[in-house]
Design a protein around this ligand. Structure first.
Ligand code: KG4
Ligand code: ZN
Length: 347
């Protein structure tokens, strides 16, 4: 490892290049002394016609995008490669082939420049996105992390100290949004499509059954099946059911999913006594979730933290933020490191 990193004096800037490639966004960001200077995101539109992410195509698109995205991140930040103090990458969780592209690129660059390599857990990074801008949550806080692959309630006691209090035992809530949208004939990604359609709908129009899960864990496979059964039943009575009621269907199922998320979050706050509450991950972009959480904050006397939209879905700025805190602890990765599609942290 390059020893110059340990001789940083106060005047030396910590410039880190971070790369995110866990799913279908190729992103690169530069962070300088904890401040984000650039955050370039190339969204892969190739998956749209398949109604979901095709892993092989994702890897290929990352391979094409990574150099231009990194180049743009550096030039927008006015930083040259030789000014970098470290290179960070998403180690997991995510798609193996997609992760490999970012990991290999970061390793080669760190090796070539003889600077430290930093590995970042994507789910921790979603939470640390809260430290990019003000207002920042105070420790300890609870974070509901909701994405396409995860649904977790996390107790955060320090930047890199996190404990999972509860999580889904099957599907993630983002997956439920995406699959429900698919059967309704809405485009991929389904979450934003349902969100948009629900804005004209009545959330109390259709009711769905409750799912009972122990402690603070979630399950979304039951509600998904209940929704499919509901749709088949209604379509057998009226083949035009979806076309006639699409906004109400979207608003009602979205309302149910949000209620499920927030009820366990309420229980987590009650059992831990923590009232600093944050949300993170792609589904935290949902307008009804953001609104309901703000309303709940008043009745439950919570202080809530809702990230700006650009930091909800996948981006490299959040990876850069996590990398900054790891750099401060000299928590570096070996050049033999490889991605871990199921990378986990504390439970
Ligand atoms: O965090 P993310 O960008 O990628 C993963 O790490 O999975 O999350 C993607 C998920 C998808 O399931 C997408 O449908 C969902 O976030 N999503 C939304 C909204 N925007 C993105 N779900 C509901 N409402 C939205 N506005
Ligand atoms: Zn994500």
């Amino acid at each position: 490892m390059n020893s110059s990193v340990f001789s940083n004096n106060d005047k030396e800037l910590i410039n880190i290049l971070a790369i995110e490639s866990s799913c279908d966004e190729t992103s690169a960001s530069i962070i300088s002394n904890g401040k984000i200077l650039s955050n370039i995101i190339a969204t892969q539109s190739v998956h749209q016609k398949y109604g979901g992410v095709v892993p092989e195509l994702a890897s290929r698109a990352h391979q094409q995008n990574v150099v231009p995205v990194v180049h743009q991140a550096l030039s927008e930040a006015n930083i040259t490669k030789t000014m970098l103090s470290a290179v960070a990458f998403t180690q997991g969780p995510g798609l193996l082939g997609a992760l490999l592209v970012g990991a290999s690129f970061a390793k080669s660059l760190a090796y070539g420049l003889d600077i430290p390599l930093i590995s970042v857990n994507h789910m921790q990074a979603h939470i640390l996105a809260h430290f990019i801008d003000d207002p920042k949550p105070a420790f300890p806080f609870l974070c509901l992390t909701v994405s396409g692959g995860h649904t977790q309630i996390v107790k955060v006691t320090d930047y890199l100290e996190m404990e999972i209090l509860g999580e889904t035992q099957d599907d993630a809530v983002g997956e439920a949004f995406d699959k429900i949208a698919k059967v309704l004939g809405l485009p991929y990604p389904g979450g934003p499509a349902i969100d948009h359609m629900a804005q004209q709908g009545n959330p109390a129009r259709f009711a769905f059954p409750d799912t009972v899960m122990p402690a603070l864990d979630y399950s979304f496979s039951g509600i998904k099946t209940a929704f499919l059964n509901f749709l088949q039943r209604e379509k057998s009575k009226d083949p035009d059911f979806v076309a006639q009621h699409l906004p109400d269907i979207c608003a009602s199922i979205q309302h149910k999913l949000i209620e499920m998320l927030l009820e366990k979050l309420r229980q987590a706050s009650e059992t831990t006594g923590i009232r600093e509450i944050a949300i993170a991950g792609g589904v935290s972009a949902n307008s009804a979730l953001r609104k309901t959480l703000s309303e709940r904050a008043e009745t439950l006397r919570w202080k809530v933290y809702i990230p700006p939209l650009v930091y909800c879905t996948d981006n490299a700025a959040m990876i850069a933020m996590a990398a900054h805190y790891k750099y401060l602890k000299a928590d570096f990765e070996s050049l033999q490191a490889s991605p871990d599609p199921r990378l986990h942290f504390g439970r």
